[in-house]
Design a binder for this molecule. Structure first.
Ligand code: NAP
Ligand code: MG
Length: 508
């Protein structure tokens, strides 16, 4: 179902455009100040629903990166931040959480305009965004080392200290600009690190607005710096000798560049990369839940989610019926203007992404897959100017086709039948990636065997993409390493120092 903007949404957006989009060029946040780039260069960010320019944004170059890293270093070593106690950092995080909550309508509208996420989806992220900040506020005062019983001769004891790792370079993709920025900022503030954040060029606006809120929340100058720009800015940042750790989320290809760039000064690295996640439906599953579950495991955010369950394995006895039902469900989804509260799928983020996804649609057909729904760009009426693709399920897919092996990052499911549990575990693992996986079954034995057998960072049983600030998320294999969320996330930003103390002999 394709819809264009309702009159109601049009009126609402005209009455309440985000105040942040005031027509002025958006600046870098360096050392507590909003500044243009040294070169004076800017770039444009676009609204993917219309292809029209949304804002001009400062384009950071090497000198801006140097300035931002120097500010972060000063703030880490000399600034008031280095004297903040855990309770003080907690207070900052709680104030930021309150501000994000207060300004959420504006923040989610900015994301909808900048990257095309349906407003129903971006506004529903309120609870998670605010909860993330409050969760890390709790962890700020819950971090501690241990005293450790050692077996060394003599009166000598040992304990560990947890210390912030230092200056963090955080580099993000565009598929959830606000949430991803919060996910990077929260552990920095909780642990006492400082940071330079580089959002993706395609959707840099909500991170910049979040930077303003950081200042309002009392984050001291230089603790959170935000530099917008292209891949070269990210490359300069990840190779910078003044950076102690890189927290990268993005493609596996760029992740490999990051790891190489980190070697110069042995930076700590965490990399959250791509995926080609298996979603496995057994014949005994509750199909009324599994049909929309399997569909939305891919169609959420128009498929632009790293853990999307894009390889749909269906037990042979129900395969044909199941894929037909997913196709019928896909045809009921409302694809349209993301400002319309009824819209379920918005556009892809950019013309480049549209080209990439339609390329895979063509390659799937050329290799003999059959599109049971969608299969093409939407070129009708008001949607023709945007980057809209109809939700697609391919049947007659084989494991070796490009659509079954490569990350598409669009609303495309590749469905395949399977017979036995051993077989589906083997095929599920037959990918360089290892991010997420789903299992749909009423049999607890099947669920456990598949959960243990798959080499992925998350497994969802009878659900998909459930997330919580307390539950760690991350990859196996070429989906990267390191975890975000949970106490594991804090460890990524902390050093462990062992201290040995020998009691001097008693004075006689
Ligand atoms: P991308 O091309 O890898 O870009 C990610 C970020 O890296 C952007 O800010 C980009 O800057 C920057 N960058 C590009 N080249 C760089 C270089 N040589 N050195 C340092 N930084 C560089 O990824 P994307 O296309 O934006 O996002 C989609 C990918 O992200 C997918 O593969 C998806 O699976 C993955 N992802 C993973 C997770 C996860 O948690 N595992 C979550 C979300 C997305 P510019 O954009 O300005 O060029
Ligand atoms: Mg944009």
């Amino acid at each position: 179902m394709h819809t264009s903007l309702t009159e109601e949404a049009r009126v609402q957006y005209r009455v309440h455009p985000p105040a942040f989009l005031d027509g002025k060029a958006k600046l870098l946040l360096i050392d507590g100040k909003l500044v243009p780039s040294v070169s004076g260069k800017t770039f444009k960010t676009y609204n993917p629903s219309t292809g029209k320019v949304l804002a001009e944004v400062a384009e950071a170059g090497r000198e801006d990166i140097d300035r931002a890293v120097a500010a972060a270093r000063r703030a880490f070593e000399e600034g008031p931040w280095s004297r903040f106690k855990p309770f003080d950092r907690q207070a900052v995080l709680l104030r930021l959480a309150d501000l994000v909550e207060k300004h959420f309508d504006e923040l989610c509208l900015i994301d909808t305009l900048d990257m095309g996420g349906p407003i129903a989806r971006t506004s529903a992220a309120r609870r998670r965004g605010v909860a993330l900040l409050r969760y890390y506020a709790g962890l700020a005062t819950a971090t501690h080392g241990h005293t450790i019983d050692n077996s060394v001769d003599g009166d000598i004891f040992s304990y560990t200290l947890k210390e912030p790792v230092g200056v963090v370079a955080a580099i993000n993709p565009w598929n959830g600009p606000l949430g991803l920025a919060i996910w990077k900022i929260a552990p920095v503030l909780a642990t006492g690190c400082t940071m330079v954040l580089k959002p993706a060029e395609q959707a840099p606006l909500s991170p910049l607005r979040l930077g303003e809120l950081c200042l309002e929340a009392g984050v001291p100058a230089g603790v959170v710096n935000i530099v917008t720009g292209f891949g070269e800015a990210g490359a300069a940042l990840s190779a910078h000798p003044g950076v102690d750790k890189i927290a990268f989320t993005g493609s596996t290809e760029v992740g490999q560049h990051i790891v190489r760039a980190s070697a110069g000064n042995m930076k700590r690295v965490s990399v959250e990369l791509g995926g080609k996640s298996p979603n496995i439906v057994f014949a005994d599953a509750d199909l009324d839940q599994a049909v929309p579950g399997a569909a939305m495991a891919v169609f959420n955010n128009s498929g632009q989610i790293c853990s999307a369950g894009t390889r749909l394995f269906v037990q042979r006895s129900i395969h044909d019926e199941f894929v037909q039902r997913v196709a019928a469900f896909a045809k009921t989804l409302r694809v349209g203007d993301p400002l319309d509260p009824q819209t379920q799928l918005g556009p892809l983020v950019s013309d480049t992404q549209l080209e990439r996804v339609t390329g895979y649609l063509a390659s799937g057909k050329a290799e003999g897959a059959q599109a049971l729904s969608g299969g093409q760009r939407i070129t009708e009426g008001a949607l023709a100017d945007g980057y809209f693709v109809a939700p697609t399920i391919f049947a007659n897919v084989t494991d070796s086709m490009a659509i079954a092996r490569e990350e598409i990052f669009g609303p495309v499911i590749s469905a395949m039948p399977f017979d036995s549990i051993e077989e589906v575990i083997r095929r599920g693992n037959d990918t360089p990636y290892g991010l997420g996986a789903g299992v749909w079954t009423r049999d607890i034995g099947n669920a456990q065997r598949v959960s243990r057998g798959l080499r992925t960072g998350s497994v969802w049983v009878n659900c998909y993409q459930a997330m919580d600030p307390a539950v760690p998320f991350g990859g196996y294999k070429m989906s990267g390493y390191g975890r975000e969320s949970g106490t594991e996330h804090m460890e990524e930003y902390l050093q462990t120092k062992a201290v040995w103390v020998k009691n001097p002999p008693e004075k006689r």
